[in-house]
Design a protein around this ligand. Structure first.
Ligand SMILES: [Zn+2]
Length: 235
């Protein structure tokens, strides 16, 4: 009877240990860390791309301002040319040349503006895409965190109920048997008892000698495996 109680105690302790291990391993298995890393990487990428986008917007504005300035310069130049104040042919020729140069410069700027606008459009749609990816990565992280939280809560409940069961169970065990159990548990990595099956020790798989076998039928006797030293139980 006492041996049966010890056996059940070992089963409880093994279940407790397995649950504790599950609690310990749950965060790593949950994928929360990976999801968090992915989210942070995407956020960083988004920040970098937004910065580039803003820089390109500034560049565009600058090009537009330069173009506007040329338009005004040309307008002023044209007025000066035709308001009759300049009569020197040479000077007029120089002004005409300047008008042409400004027109060329304007063309060049307008080309740059077109290219930049196209690339801004692409950047904008890639930013939209990236924002969606950030959102979905954040959602993925939230889901994984929730699942982990639920799993841990369930495991903690299980552990608590196992521990309560254990403290109730231990009360029925005689101190002599319990002390022996605790002593052997340390030596045998939490598995101090071995079941005898087909006259073999369930702990080390070695045959039980016939001398020992006889004692196994006394339910109050503590019989140890000659090979591994575990307390033998015949259930
Ligand atoms: Zn053994």
């Amino acid at each position: 009877m006492q041996l049966k109680l010890l056996w059940d105690l070992q089963e409880l302790d093994l279940a407790i240990r397995a649950t504790e291990q599950q609690i310990e391993e749950a965060p790593a298995l949950s994928g929360v860390d990976e999801a968090l890393t992915r989210l942070e990487e995407l956020k960083q990428l988004l920040t970098d791309k937004e910065l580039l986008f803003k820089e390109d917007q500034k560049k565009l504005k600058n090009l537009e301002m330069r173009t506007q300035k040329i338009v005004e310069d040309r307008k002023n130049l044209k007025e000066n040319m035709y308001d009759g104040t300049v009569s020197s042919v040479k000077e007029l020729e120089q002004m005409q040349r300047k008008m042409e140069l400004l027109a060329e410069e304007k063309n060049g700027l307008e080309e740059e503006i077109l290219i930049l606008m196209e690339s801004l459009e692409e950047e904008e749609s890639s930013l939209e895409q990236l924002k969606k990816e950030v959102e979905s990565a954040a959602e993925d992280l939230r889901e994984k965190e929730t699942m982990l939280k639920e799993k841990l809560a369930r495991l903690e409940d299980e552990l608590k109920s196992l521990q309560e069961k254990r403290s109730r169970h231990v009360k029925g065990i005689e101190p002599k048997f319990l002390d022996r159990y605790n002593l052997l548990a340390e030596k045998h990595n939490g598995q101090p008892l071995a079941r005898v099956e087909d006259e073999i020790c369930g702990g080390c798989r070695v045959f039980i000698s016939s001398a020992l076998r006889g004692h196994l039928y006394n339910p109050e006797a503590m019989v140890y495996c000659e090979n591994c030293g575990r307390l033998l139980v015949k259930l």
